[in-house]
Write a protein that binds this ligand. Structure first.
Ligand code: NAI
Ligand code: MG
Length: 491
């Protein structure tokens, strides 16, 4: 018997835009095909969305190329590009509640978290709007009687492929640096969550972006996504998603030698020393794994706890897990909504079964909640060993694997024994231990006595198989510009 939902889903309707956004216009796909999108709280279809074909990808690329090389965008002053971005952010802010509700409905994240994502989107666009007229080259002291300087020019037409866990935020992280640097965009949203970014594209139109600067396509990865990756006139692919998809994209993009940047998954080590502030660390470890139902690339899914406090820590975590309100994502009181899809639900429950088979001890959760939609109980496995699948693989759900340690040197080696290196955290009151951990853990982001603090101003990305390149901050600009050296003979 599965537990009941804290609040049942309400009936949902959607009557917004579901077309393709190409060259500033809304169109059907060239063959008229559509696909269904769902409310993950019920599994019911809420809209049929245009599915972009190879021809549609080609149309979008042509319009992006034209906007870059023949249209107003390529000639626009950098500060005016920034102004358009600020204007878009203002329009998003004016429509923020509508966007948050749409994000919650389609993605399953709670309305509270969705509002946070809209806020993050605004920060992202405004941060990069400010960069637009500050992308500078250098004058270089070369040998001989020459003047050399560098220009930083747009990479060109960029293809951006985003996942379903943070649709609005990922759009902002990718559009922000691309637009600031003067590129034009062909974006594909995830097939699970097309609706919120479609609505934002209506605001792109309203803001007055020239046609072709931002194009939005929807469709499956294997068709629409692949047509982008292999298109000869797309200069770069920026991708967020699964590590295996990134490997495939690397191969498929080889023939056109596209630039690629990747933000991939993780199995982030979250380390608790016995000298931590216990209340703060329990709350932090809870948030680390259960934020957005664990559907987060930085989720603190490997929880290393110093042995002498492990039992107390786990029992406090389990108590909190049992109290979590799982239910309708649009209910203000809900703390955890549904997972995004049947596929994710099956994957998570499969790992719960595997964890038990391989000998880990299930101390909380482990079951689906309700019999409709894709809800999962907050789940804790104790006595996990490094070789178990639940200690190695990205589960992308509300499942934490508890591992204990006695010796810090041994722990750091184990923490680093993973193909991933996206994020890591440590809980301790000892500043030496904190710095030691920050220096030695192999991860692109390290948190000390906090978790999931990600701001658009700081570089974000992975070591090892967690990615290539960095998003956010000044670091992202490098991946959206080509550097040109100009040398002039001085008589
Ligand atoms: P995915 O990597 O297949 O999908 C992400 C995006 O890539 C989507 O827009 C998808 O349509 C597109 N895509 C898929 N195959 C493609 C291809 N051959 N060429 C071009 N584009 C392609 O991830 P999926 O299947 O949604 O989720 C599977 C797992 O991936 C999750 O369980 C999780 O472990 C991981 N994941 C990690 C994310 C992160 O934030 N790093 C985000 C989403 C998923
Ligand atoms: Mg996939």
């Amino acid at each position: 018997m599965s537990a009941a939902l804290a609040s049942p889903p309400t009936a949902t309707k959607f009557s917004g835009n579901t077309k393709l956004f190409i060259n500033g216009e809304w169109t059907n796909s060239s063959d008229g095909a559509t696909f269904d999108t769902y409310n993950p709280a019920t599994g019911e279809t809420i809209a049929k969305v245009a599915h972009a074909t190879k021809e549609d990808v080609d149309r979008a690329v042509k319009s992006a190329r034209k906007a870059l090389e023949k249209g107003a965008w390529g000639k626009m002053d950098a500060c005016d590009r920034g102004k358009l971005m600020f204007k878009l952010a203002d329009l998003i802010e004016a429509n923020s509640e509508e966007l948050a509700r749409l994000e919650a409905l389609n993605c399953g994240k709670t309305i509270t978290d969705s509002r946070g994502d809209v806020g993050g989107m605004l920060n992202g666009l405004r941060y990069y709007a400010g960069w637009a007229d500050k992308i500078e080259g250098k004058t270089v002291p070369v040998r001989g009687s020459f003047l050399s300087y560098t220009l930083r020019q747009p990479v060109g037409v960029v293809g951006q492929i985003i996942p379903w866990n943070f649709p609005l935020l990922m759009a902002a992280w990718k559009w922000g640096p691309a637009l600031a640097c003067g590129n034009t965009i062909v974006m594909k949203a995830a097939e699970q969550t097309p609706l919120s970014v479609l609505r934002v594209c209506e605001l792109v139109q309203e803001a007055g972006f020239p046609p072709g600067v931002i194009n939005l396509l929807n469709g499956m990865g294997e068709t629409t996504g692949d047509a982008m990756v292999t298109h000869p006139d797309i200069d770069k692919i920026a991708f967020t998603g699964h590590v295996d998809t990134a490997k495939l994209i690397t191969k498929r993009a080889a023939d056109t030698l596209k630039r690629t940047t990747f933000e991939l998954g993780g199995k982030s080590p979250n380390v608790v020393f016995a000298d931590c502030d216990m209340d703060q660390a329990v709350a932090g470890a809870f948030h680390a794994i259960y934020f957005h139902g664990g559907q987060c690339c930085t989720a603190g899914s490997r929880l290393f706890i110093e042995e002498k406090i492990k039992d107390e820590f786990v029992s406090r975590l389990a108590e909190k897990a049992g109290q979590r309100r799982v239910g309708n994502q649009l209910d203000e009181k809900t703390e955890q909504g549904p997972q995004v899809s049947q596929e994710q639900l099956d994957k998570i429950l499969g790992y719960v079964e595997l964890g038990q088979q391989q000998g880990a001890k299930l101390v909380a959760g482990g079951k689906r909640v309700g019999d409709k939609g894709f809800f999962v109980e907050p789940t804790i496995f104790d006595n996990v060993t490094d070789d178990m699948a639940i200690a190695k693989d990205e589960i992308f759900g509300p499942v934490v694997s508890v591992l204990s340690f006695k010796d810090a040197d041994d722990m750091i080696e184990r923490a680093n024994t993973t193909q991933y290196g996206l994020a890591a955290a440590v809980w301790t009151k000892n500043i030496d231990k904190a710095h030691w951990y920050a220096k030695n853990v192999k991860a692109g982001t390290v948190w000390v006595n906090c978790y999931h603090i990600v701001d658009v101003t700081t570089p974000f990305g992975g070591f090892k198989m967690s990615g290539q390149g960095r998003e956010n901050g000044e670091a992202a600009l490098e991946h959206y510009t080509e550097t040109k050296t100009v040398t002039i003979a001085l008589s």
